[in-house]
Ligand binder design. Structure first.
Ligand code: HEM
Ligand code: CU
Length: 601
């Protein structure tokens, strides 16, 4: 493993963590909280912005559910703005909420603290990253109000439809959305380079890669995926923008529109689908891998047990990350592809089940005979495992070409991806917020409100998305404003649609409890102390809570062990933090780090 050892005693001097290099020190309020270069502040900026725009997407889902549950009752929703709601809801949830929150939010807060660095290695670029992200969000919001409204072409934005007259928002809507995405990618790249380089270069003494908490591994791998996948979105956004504004024909074939021959010739719409899904599939894992990492740490901490199969977990993350680049065309089985091509993509897709199953087994085995504490973060973590498995199982259906064909573009797909990449990661976001809020604010979130939030969200999302599978089997198509007047749709479908909508309102409403908890606990929450969960990782060992500028005190912590020394026999507090040297471990305790090589994880 020596090749994994990042630094020896002499050979490292990454700028963000040495005493000699003057850190950027904010002197004014603006320098501290607005144009901040402190990753922790940037993290909070990212998180607040992402949750704010996420709330908009949630409201959009309510409006859609109003129409689907009670068709025709709410006349302000018409077929045009239904499509616009679908598109904006999907795009915001996937990119502007989840990607930004996991990487910009959790990544910024946790990476430097967990690897024992003073900050990200390029703080200035990190600051710019947030402001580009904010600009992207602002552009997106402006796009809601331009003439013609936002794009209604789905979050997938397939051309020719997306930019052809007749589609909602085919001019200014799509233009603003594309520019917003381009700005998002630029902003993300500046942040992403920080996350990767900080993990590779700024780990403290003793923090070998194979001692990093899985949270860091998950975010690190997701960032690498994003750095490789977003360029595909970036170039296709630029090309589509040119097609729309200058009349180039990257994606636009010769077309007749409304009886008129258009000026487009020779472009290839399928090229867009390939580029989009070359980004779009890894995007699922950009959201899932941080969730995998975080959940591993939540489970281990709150079950007071070392994570089962740490190395396997790391290699599974790497395998899933790698494989996620060779499965993209499973989104295109109905595009008329060559059957051999479909066979290839079905096979690679199903192979992902192997490393994924390994992770699930390891979570379950970590829980097995653990000293499980059903704290709110733990409840969310367990709920994630359930929900992810559920969504994963329907993925096996959709990954097979012949099964996918009839299910494609039905509500079954909507149910599948909400389970696997909508609800599952959101459950982790909640768990993570309950877990790290005390470090960010110095106060605990209210436990009773937290449990209420958990149970209503968990049961409620099943009430929403479970019946949706059935709608899909019945042939209810996705992105349809109304399904009335079709005789193959049984009455049960309408009943279920009303039920789903009511559940969606309840789940949405309970999020208000969550936001109330976030705000009120900030002022009135129980003081948490530095390490309320008894966790081993470095962010819980800081001198101050919340950690100050520079994260740690005068000296950076040195690391002697992995992150999972929980339930240690013979220590009073049942865990040993990563920065405790073997000689300080109480006599009589069994210390993994003091065992001969081979026993040491
Ligand atoms: C309780 C919460 C949610 C509800 C009630 C909800 C509801 C809906 C509805 C009704 C649709 C449109 C279905 C159609 O007509 O095709 C939809 C689409 C979608 N949702 Fe959600 N959603 C929720 C949360 C999420 C989350 C957290 C994500 C994050 C990944 C997400 C991602 C998407 C995507 C990507 C689409 C597809 C958009 C498209 O077809 O272009 N949703 N959602
Ligand atoms: Cu995919």
């Amino acid at each position: 493993m020596s090749s994994f050892v990042a630094h020896d005693e002499t050979g490292f001097a990454p700028p963000a963590e040495t005493g000699e290099v003057e850190l950027y020190h904010p002197k004014t309020f603006i320098g501290k909280y607005i144009w901040s270069q402190d990753a922790k502040v940037i993290a909070v900026q990212y998180a607040i912005t992402a949750m704010g725009i996420g709330l908009v997407a949630l409201v959009f889902s309510w409006l859609m559910r109003l129409q689907l549950g009670f068709p025709g009752r709410f006349s302000f929703i018409d077929p045009t703005n239904y499509l616009q709601l679908v598109s904006m809801h999907g795009m915001i949830m996937v990119v502007y909420l989840l990607t930004a929150l996991f990487l910009g939010g959790f990544g910024n807060y946790l990476i430097p603290l967990m690897v024992g660095a003073r900050d990200m290695v390029f703080p200035y670029a990190n600051m710019l990253s947030y402001w580009f992200y904010l600009a992207a969000v602002v552009l997106l919001v402006i796009g809601l109000f331009v003439p013609g409204g936002p794009s209604g072409a789905g979050w997938t934005m397939y051309p020719p439809q997306a930019i052809m007259e007749g589609t909602p928002g085919a001019r200014w809507g799509i233009i603003l959305l594309l520019i917003s995405l381009i700005v998002f990618v630029i902003g993300f790249t500046m942040g992403g380079l920080n996350y990767v380089v900080t993990v590779l270069q700024a780990r403290t003494r003793g923090m070998t890669l194979m001692r990093m908490p899985l949270t860091v591994w998950g975010i690190f791998m997701a960032t690498i995926l994003a750095l490789l996948a977003f360029p595909a979105l970036f170039v296709s956004a630029i090309m589509m923008l040119l097609d729309q504004t200058l009349g180039t024909s990257f994606f636009m074939p010769a077309l007749v529109s409304r009886g008129q021959q258009t000026n487009y010739t020779g472009g290839n719409p399928l090229l867009f689908q390939h580029l989009f899904w070359f980004f779009g599939h890894p995007e699922v894992y950009i959201v899932a891998l941080p969730a995998f990492g975080i959940v591993s740490d939540l489970i281990s901490t709150h079950a007071r047990k070392n994570i089962f199969g740490y190395r396997m977990m790391v290699w599974a993350l790497l395998a899933i990350g790698g494989l996620s680049f060779v499965v993209w065309a499973h989104h295109m089985f109905v595009s008329g592809m060559n059957p051999y091509f479909g066979f290839f993509f079905a096979t690679t897709t199903l192979i992902i089940a192997v490393p994924t199953a390994i992770k699930v087994y390891n979570w379950v085995l970590t829980l097995w005979r653990g000293n499980i504490r059903l704290t709110v973060p733990m409840l969310f973590a367990i709920a994630f495992v359930f929900t992810f498995v559920n969504g994963g199982l329907t993925g096996l259906f959709l990954g097979n070409v012949v099964v996918d064909m009839p299910l494609s573009d039905t509500m079954f797909v909507v149910a599948h991806f909400h389970m696997v990449m909508g609800i599952a990661p959101v459950l982790v976001v909640f768990g993570a917020i309950y877990h790290w809020y005390p470090k960010v604010t110095g106060r605990m979130l209210d436990d009773t409100l937290g449990k209420l939030h958990f149970w209503v969200t968990f049961i409620g999302t099943y009430a929403i998305f479970y019946p949706m599978h059935y709608l899909g089997f019945m042939g209810v198509p996705r992105r349809y404003y109304a399904i009335g007047g079709t005789n193959f749709i049984p009455d049960s479908v309408h009943l279920l649609n009303a039920w789903i909508s009511i559940a969606a309102f309840v789940v949405g409403a309970v999020q208000i409890v969550f936001f109330y908890n976030l705000v009120s606990s900030y002022f009135r929450g129980k003081p948490s102390g530095g390490n309320p969960w008894g966790a081993t990782t470095l962010e819980w060992q800081t001198e101050h809570t919340p950690p100050r500028h520079g994260n740690f005190g005068k000296e950076l912590p040195a690391v002697y062990r992995w992150a999972y020394d929980y339930g240690v026999p013979g220590v009073a507090v049942d865990y040993i933090p990563q920065n405790v040297p073997p000689k300080e471990v109480p006599a009589g305790a069994w210390d993994r780090a003091a065992q001969p090589a081979g026993v040491v994880p």
